[in-house]
Design a protein around this ligand. Structure first.
Ligand SMILES: NC(=O)C1=CN([C@@H]2O[C@H](COP(=O)(O)OP(=O)(O)OC[C@H]3O[C@@H](n4cnc5c(N)ncnc54)[C@H](OP(=O)(O)O)[C@@H]3O)[C@@H](O)[C@H]2O)C=CC1
Ligand SMILES: O=C1O[C@H](COP(=O)(O)O)[C@@H](O)[C@H](O)[C@H]1O
Length: 499
């Protein structure tokens, strides 16, 4: 597929360059692309923010998180990078920025300039900066792309307002809304996995699938970010965006091609088929101190109101009304301060007919997005040797053991910045997609944040989450494998009772 790619000489400006995202993700991703030869050594990179930083301090700050490069690569990258301090809301700094961009463009005799603006900024200044960009840094002669970061609004109304403010300034072609989950390797594999394998393609529906589960677990809490998180909560933080994107890719129909609009059309179509989320079918939780007392509770954070009902854990049931999915229960769950960090999808297939088998377990496809990407399919197989018993084992594609380390798997931000540079919108969020996702989640958020919402169930930091979860999953047709029957990855002869 061909895209309208930027060439080797372009300017990349990172707004909010003094901030956390720029330091931890944006500049390390630009460096990663440069290190791997996916960013031309002729590009110009400028960091822009209000803070007065010496250029050397700025460079030290951003390079602290660079990974795997040689000293020469780091120096070569930093030599392309500069920093300009200036305000967001008045013209003055933008004039200096423009002078710097134009100097580079005229030095290279660029008649059709290419400019990428990355807004690593809080949403409160998105529109101000976007307006200034349009007024002072836009070029009609070349190409302009603008990357914006989540959150794209706080609810349906504020999201629409943001789109309404941005729409007259930049076309949908020029806007790239990042949801970094769309840049993750396993998420990018979902369409290939589903539509490139007939045994999945043919069984990916209500006739064969019994339940779907998407689970996001983080082993750390909101330490230091409590003030920010309190008005966000876990549903808005990762479910309305990251997990919904994963679910959309899992459930949408086959697009006619990998063309970005074909893919995004299908995503919008499936999102419109979701039933409103049932407020009575939820688990809401908030973490308390760890059992040994070493980890703080959510409320211990000084920036959090002492009576906060902020939800740090949620499980919710979803239903899709279409031919493919009618009646298949879907559970989306996410939590902070749990026993491990893991994001995965679990698809359970219907049980086979009884008769031949008195007891046989369900097939389950597990797609582990992180850490350590893996796809494994739990299957029933005869216990090796003289036994006639069946046991649950798996067909296993664990990336670390199957693919050599010579494969460069880009970090999500590396993949997405590269896509934007190439002009590929496939893994960015389109305006109508955003609108439908907020339509689905806003009533739920309003309920959770109203006086009517129940008190979140408390769970200790470092635990598996609220106790009600196991029963909740069972209610949604997720069946746990019989204890001891599934051992991963090595199965020993004593699988189930005496052989
Ligand atoms: N940090 C992360 O890991 C992630 C962040 N995001 C999103 O990316 C964006 C940037 O995040 P992050 O870097 O953490 O944010 P920061 O709070 O670090 O802000 C980035 C920069 O913006 C400027 N800034 C901060 N507050 C204001 C304000 N009220 N008015 C004007 N300028 C301000 C500051 O620069 P200066 O004062 O020097 O101008 C700051 O260095 C946000 O939209 C965030 O939601 C998304 C995913 C992950
Ligand atoms: O957007 C966010 O995502 C991170 C999780 O991202 P991951 O790539 O580390 O899985 C989450 O921790 C953060 O709260 C949220 O704002």
């Amino acid at each position: 597929m061909s895209f309208d790619a930027f060439g080797s000489k372009a300017t990349i400006v990172v707004f909010g360059a003094s901030g956390d995202l720029a330091k931890k993700k944006t500049f390390p991703a630009l460096f990663g692309l440069f290190r791997e030869g996916h960013l031309s050594s002729d590009v110009k990179i400028i960091g822009y923010a209000r803070s007065h930083l010496e250029e050397e301090d700025f460079k030290k700050r951003i390079s602290a998180n660079f990974k795997n490069g040689t000293t020469e690569q780091v120096s070569a990258f930093l030599s392309k990078t500069s920093y300009i301090a200036g305000p967001y809301d008045t013209d003055e700094g933008y004039h200096r920025l423009l002078a710097s961009i134009e100097e580079y463009e005229s030095e290279h005799k660029l008649t059709a300039p290419e400019r990428l603006f990355y807004l690593a900024l809080p949403p409160s200044v998105f529109t101000t900066v976007a307006s200034q960009l349009k007024k002072l840094l836009y070029t009609e002669k070349g190409k302009v792309r603008i990357i914006v970061e989540k959150p794209f609004g706080h609810d349906l109304e504020s999201s629409r307002k943001l789109q309404k403010d941005l729409a007259p300034l930049f076309t949908e072609e020029e806007l790239y809304r990042i949801d970094h989950y769309l840049g993750k390797e396993m998420v990018k594999n979902l369409l290939v996995l589903r539509f490139g394998n007939e045994f999945f393609n043919g069984t990916w529906n209500k006739n064969h699938i019994k339940s779907i589960q998407i689970s996001f677990k983080e082993a750390f809490g909101t330490e230091g970010r409590g003030g920010y998180f309190d008005s966000i909560g876990i549903v808005r933080d990762v479910m309305q965006n990251h997990l919904l994107q994963v679910l959309t890719l899992l459930t949408m129909d086959r697009p006619v091609s990998f063309d970005p609009e074909a893919v995004r059309d299908e995503k919008v179509k499936i999102l419109k088929a979701f039933e409103p989320i049932d407020h009575d079918d939820l688990i809401l939780g908030q973490y308390t101190k760890s059992e040994d007392g070493s980890k703080p509770s959510y409320l211990d954070d000084d920036t959090v109101p002492k009576n906060s009902k902020c939800v740090t854990y949620a499980a919710l049931g979803l239903q899709i009304h279409n031919e493919r999915w009618e009646g298949v229960p879907i559970v989306m769950r996410a939590g902070k301060a749990l026993d491990e960090s893991k994001v995965e999808v679990r698809i359970q297939f219907k049980p086979v007919a009884k008769g031949m088998f008195k007891e046989i377990q369900r097939n389950e496809l597990v797609i582990r997005i992180q850490p350590n990407e893996a796809i494994y399919l739990k299957i029933n197989s005869k216990v090796p040797g003289i036994s006639t018993e069946t046991s649950l084992t798996d067909l296993d594609l664990t990336y670390s053991t199957r693919y050599s380390k010579d494969f460069w798997i880009p970090e999500a931000y590396e993949a997405l910045i590269r896509d934007c540079y190439l002009g590929n919108h496939s893994n960015f969020v389109r305006d109508d997609e955003l609108d439908v996702s907020w339509k689905l989640f806003t009533p739920l958020l309003e309920f959770i944040e109203s006086d009517k919402s129940p008190q979140p169930e408390l769970y200790p930091y470092g635990s598996k989450g609220p106790k009600a979860l196991r029963q909740y999953l069972q209610k949604h047709d997720y069946v746990f494998a019989d204890e001891g029957t599934y051992q991963w990855p090595l199965t020993t002869p004593k699988v189930k009772g005496k052989i």
